[in-house]
Design a protein around this ligand. Structure first.
Ligand code: NAI
Ligand code: PHE
Length: 361
């Protein structure tokens, strides 16, 4: 992950190995727009638009870089013909405090920025953006995945992301010689993915423990029969599998050394902060399914439907195939005696490097 102790934005750009950093500040809305293209080796860069009120522009830039790099790995390990990129809209205040007119204006400006990149970057939904937002962006550029079905898009990717995480949990437990029924799973975050995942786990006979900082979502979960814990208890509740489905960066070295889980498998991008934390998990025998493998169901849904012309059935078959990919990653990790994310990065990077680098103009 990008080191934030590095001084300036320019230092950060110099140290990043990605292909392009595009930024724009709009005075009228007070918004910073950041698009980072990590790689176009395997095809146009793709990755969602994340909107948030960041503590600093430097942090927004770093988040975009780390998320863009993860998209390159996700596309390659999923064998999709795309590269990796991401955009971050660094809002002047939290999303909930913007008027509908301000939000629409911000999305339109973002669409204009994407259009200027002439198809080298394609966006889609991510944290705080949805299909309706993609419809607005699509009024300014055609390089958008995940518009609503009424407008010709593939709609929300959340269900197939949840299905991919569910498959990955089954696969991880099977790798450890265990079944899902009767296991205890902690799901952190009951958003579009987490709520769907919790339902699949519950139906499969698992004991489902959940938390969300949103009281309404927690109340829904309680009614559905899940055990609801406080947000602060998520990382200290004993479980067979911890499923991070809220934000990234939740497992640092200290958490890796203490979390009472048998495995970590979730939807959040970049949930583990660095390679030392990955190594600590491995030393403790906690099987970590790399995020960019386990959460690739959304990318398979969007690229499968909108680029490759797959039916919903074909998408679900590909999403189920995440289990096979994950087993290959675990096998390589075991043979190298290296953490699963390192093994997964090795497979993905080989695939990226097998494509000739684009000629410099
Ligand atoms: P979402 O925004 O619908 O849900 C996130 C949920 O997490 C919200 O309900 C929020 O209240 C909750 N939350 C935030 N901070 C929390 C905390 N500290 N503790 C507990 N709950 C907290 O997002 P969505 O679509 O469900 O995605 C979840 C994660 O999966 C995100 O990190 C996203 O980047 C990632 N992801 C999503 C994909 C998709 O297709 N939707 C695809 C790949 C990754
Ligand atoms: N933001 C989601 C992800 O991280 C879905 C997405 C995939 C959006 C590919 C755009 C392109 O996987």
């Amino acid at each position: 992950m990008t080191n934030l102790s590095d001084g300036s934005i320019l230092d950060q750009v110099h140290e990043w190995s990605g292909e392009l950093t595009a930024t724009r500040f709009d005075v009228e809305t007070g918004t910073h727009f950041i698009i980072r293209i990590d790689s176009t080796r395997r095809g146009p860069a793709a990755g969602g638009t994340r909107a948030a009120h960041y503590p600093s522009v430097l942090e927004a830039m770093a988040d975009a870089a780390d998320l863009a790099s993860a998209m390159t790995l996700k596309m390659a390990i999923s064998d999709l013909p795309m590269g990796g990129g991401k955009s971050v809209i660094a809002l002047p205040r939290p999303r909930s405090e913007l008027s509908p007119a301000q939000w629409t204006r911000i999305l339109e400006l973002h669409g204009d920025n994407i259009e200027k990149l002439r198809g080298s970057y394609w966006t889609g939904p991510d944290v705080n953006t949805n299909s309706a937002d993609m419809d607005v962006i699509a009024q300014r550029t055609s390089h958008v995945f995940g518009r609503s079905p009424e407008n010709g898009g593939a709609g929300s990717s959340a269900h197939n992301t949840a299905l991919g995480v569910f498959t990955s949990i089954e696969t991880t437990l099977a790798w450890q010689g265990r079944d899902l029924a009767g296991r205890t799973i902690v799901v952190q975050g009951l958003g579009a993915v987490g709520l769907d995942l919790a339902a699949m786990l519950f139906d499969a006979g698992a004991t489902v423990i959940v938390c969300d900082r949103d009281q309404v979502r927690s109340a829904i979960a309680e009614r559905l029969g899940y055990k609801v814990i406080r947000v602060e208890e998520a990382l200290s509740t004993p479980c067979d599998v911890f499923a991070p489905c809220a934000m990234g960066g939740v497992i640092d070295r200290n958490v890796a050394a203490s979390i009472p889980a048998g495995a970590i498998v979730g939807a959040a991008n970049n949930p583990v902060t660095d390679e030392h934390a990955e190594a600590i998990l491995m030393r403790r025998g906690i099987q970590y399914a790399p995020d960019f493998v386990a959460n690739a169901g959304g990318a398979l849904h969007l690229v499968g439907r909108e680029v490759l012309g797959w039916s919903e059935g074909a998408v679900q078959q590909a999403v189920r195939g995440i289990g096979k990919t994950l087993t290959e990653v675990f096998e390589l990790s075991a043979s190298l005696d290296n953490a699963p994310p390192a093994a997964a990065r090795q497979i993905a990077r080989q695939r990226v490097e097998s494509v000739p680098a684009p000629r410099r103009g």
